[in-house]
Design a protein around this ligand. Structure first.
Ligand SMILES: [Zn+2]
Length: 55
């Protein structure tokens, strides 16, 4: 497996893998992990929120 969460791969992602975490509200954080939203949708979240369930 390639290191998809490190190095140059991040720069190829939209907004360079950074944004505001929908769960904890941290800004300009790396959003590389998934959590489950209130309707069962997948959310892109920060490391702290990885695996969390919203709502
Ligand atoms: Zn978060």
């Amino acid at each position: 497996m390639a290191k998809n969460k490190r190095g140059k791969a991040l720069w190829r992602m939209p907004s360079r893998a950074r944004g505001t975490c929908p769960l904890c509200g941290s800004t300009r954080i790396k959003l590389l992990y998934t959590a489950v939203g209130a309707q069962g949708e997948k959310l892109t979240v920060c490391k702290k929120c990885q695996g969390k369930k919203a709502g």
